[in-house]
Design a protein around this ligand. Structure first.
Ligand code: FAD
Length: 545
């Protein structure tokens, strides 16, 4: 197969001849400048690392390393240049794939869904913070603004009254993460819910602004997200209907104090009653941020030490080893850990913390771990930073669990109920045991639902490890769908399968998506296959994975 041949020429998009491709590239180079069109013709795939990741493929590839690769990467500097690229793609019928920064690790990184697509890397040259409004607590950003950059800009301006919300890793793009409906850990953690206004280049090259941005001279683009008429923003999230070139974001007021807390729960069976206790507390906002209920094994792994430090046998790491190792940590022996934060001045925090303590202690053996006893290099303090909107990278450490550590995430949504938590854990455990994979589960409790995030960590250089990860993922997606659970987000390689589970009423939703795709992108050039949405000329021709 093509993917096994060491590449010295760009992987061409299927159906485009080398002559046409070369002509097209020469033309684009003349328009954008030689430095801004880069062919992906390197013989080996260079994986870099998180902060210097490749933009031509997924540095944590779960497929064959050369399967989902770009033919080139291009770097527009303005919305006008994005329009130019889109029109160029239409002229030559070359698939393009937009990324903001391409750190979508666990979900496909910077890789395009169709091999040989031209990656449009918006972040490299479009990284301006266009506005920070200290009175309205809003900002307007370009795709290359990372959570770190936004945080630092706010600090540099001395705006201590405003907070940013950051996901576990701060190196991603605010726009990229938000469009993929990513999650952070302050009360503003639902990024899609807190965005306000988009500027979008459509697949045929027109530009639109959503919400109040459609009114020329509008002064409330970032203050009121809806505008007039249908709310179109959703069309551009997890989709292939447009390229977002600007996005507004609301910022959180500094709550005037904050305090992290951690509870340890001894038994695996404590999970279900704990989730029942969390639900009302979370819905009424006594638990104020996206709560994390993590397994003990992940707490061991996030020390950054390899699995072989603890266990050198084959198969999943045994429970007695987990129990022994977790006992050595500040949390002591436990099965589950709750990481949370209370916001506001001390007297307000105390009121909420007392209510939480009273409820959590209904679980026999529940322990609050005193932060004073936790060393500064413990992961607890990374969670403390993130829940206070300070970007961090420590979360990456559990990728060291195996050599060449990579990961893929299973992320089903469920009600906040003990029985659902149990059911999902049983399902995940069964599949992990079948494929001899260590189980790393964490429940992230939103407001009225929770995402179970199961991270499969694998050695990307080992085909059998990649296959086990994929087989386990595919099994879990199907098992979950049978029980009524769907993924909130998924890896490129699983998008067809996951989209196929959202098939109510004879695939009515996908039929609508396809009609929209055909209307908005008649040549089918923009991110074909993203979220399982294939343009007409690709449909039913064996592209699905
Ligand atoms: P990109 O990769 O640029 O974009 C994501 C996707 O959105 C792209 O594939 C593309 O299809 C689309 N897109 C991007 N920009 C545009 C655009 N301008 N127009 C149209 N479409 C576009 N994620 C979380 O949400 N929360 C977490 O807590 C979290 N923790 C993580 C922990 C670890 C250890 C790892 C490795 C990953 C974690 N992630 C998490 C996943 C991921 O790293 C982040 O979501 C990251 O922010 C996504 O990368 P990015 O911001 O560079 O987005």
């Amino acid at each position: 197969p093509a993917s096994q041949i060491p590449r010295t020429e760009p992987a061409l998009p299927q159906g485009v001849s080398r002559t046409t491709f070369n002509t097209a590239i020469v033309e684009l180079t003349q328009q954008l400048g030689a430095a801004n069109v880069e062919l992906n013709d390197k013989p080996a795939v260079d994986n870099g690392w998180y902060m210097e990741h490749p933009n031509t493929h997924d540095m944590m590839h779960v497929t064959d390393e050369d399967a989902l690769v770009a033919s080139a990467a291009v770097y527009p500097s303005s919305t006008a240049e994005v329009q130019l690229i889109v029109r160029w793609a239409n002229q030559y019928r070359i698939p393009i794939f937009p990324i903001s920064m391409g750190r979508n690790l666990g979900y496909g990184g910077a890789a395009p869904r169709v091999r040989g697509s031209v990656v449009v890397d918006l972040g490299k040259r479009m990284s301006n913070i266009l506005n920070i409004d200290p009175d309205d607590y809003t900002c307007l950003l370009e795709p290359g603004v990372s959570f770190y950059a936004l945080y630092e800009a706010i600090k540099a301006k001395g705006y201590d009254h405003m907070w940013v919300d950051t996901p576990d890793l701060g190196g991603g793009s605010v726009i990229g993460n938000t469009l993929d409906r990513g999650v952070g850990y302050t009360p503003y953690g639902d990024h899609w819910a807190t965005h306000a206004g988009l500027e979008v280049v459509l697949p045929t090259g027109e530009i639109i602004r959503t919400g109040m941005g459609a009114l020329p001279g509008s002064n409330t683009w970032q203050a009121f997200p809806y505008g007039f008429g249908p709310v179109q923003d959703g069309l551009f999230s997890q989709s292939n209907f447009g390229i977002v070139t600007k996005m507004g974001m609301t910022l959180m007021p500094n709550p005037g104090g904050h305090e992290s807390f951690m509870y340890a729960f001894e038994r695996d069976s404590d999970l279900a009653p704990l989730i029942e206790i969390i639900r009302p507390l979370r819905i009424c906002n006594v638990l104020e941020n996206v709560a994390q209920v993590r397994s003990a094994v992940q707490t061991i792994a996030v020390q950054g030490r390899p699995r072989t430090d603890f266990f050198t046998g084959s198969g999943a790491i045994p429970q007695e080893v987990i129990d022994k190792e977790v006992s050595k940590l500040p949390c002591g022996k436990c099965a589950w850990l709750y990481y949370g934060m209370s916001y506001g001045p001390a007297y307000i925090r105390q009121y909420k913390l007392d209510a939480i303590d009273k409820e959590f202690r209904k679980i026999p053996g529940a322990r609050k771990v005193d932060p004073q006893t936790i060393p500064r290099d413990n992961y607890f303090w990374s969670r403390d930073q993130i829940a206070a909107g300070v970007p961090d990278l420590e979360e990456l450490l559990w990728c060291n669990w195996v050599p060449n550590g990579s990961h893929i995430a299973f992320s089903p949504v469920s009600p906040i109920r003990g029985k659902d938590a149990k059911q999902l854990m049983e399902l995940a455990r069964r599949r992990h045991t079948e494929h001899k994979i260590d189980l790393f589960p964490a429940f992230c409790v939103g407001l009225r639902e929770m995402h179970l995030i199961v991270e499969i960590v694998f050695d990307k250089t080992k085909p059998e490890a990649r296959k086990a990860a994929m087989d386990c993922m595919r099994g879990m997606v199907d098992d979950a769908a049978k029980l009524g659970y769907g993924e909130y987000r998924t890896h490129l390689a699983l998008m067809d399968q996951v989209a196929g589970t959202y098939n109510w009423n004879d695939n009515a939703l996908m039929k609508l998506n396809e009609r929209l795709k055909d209307a908005l992108d008649p040549q089918g050039i923009l991110a074909p296959g993203k979220s399982g949405i294939w343009p007409k000329r690709y449909r039913a021709r064996g592209w699905e994975m």
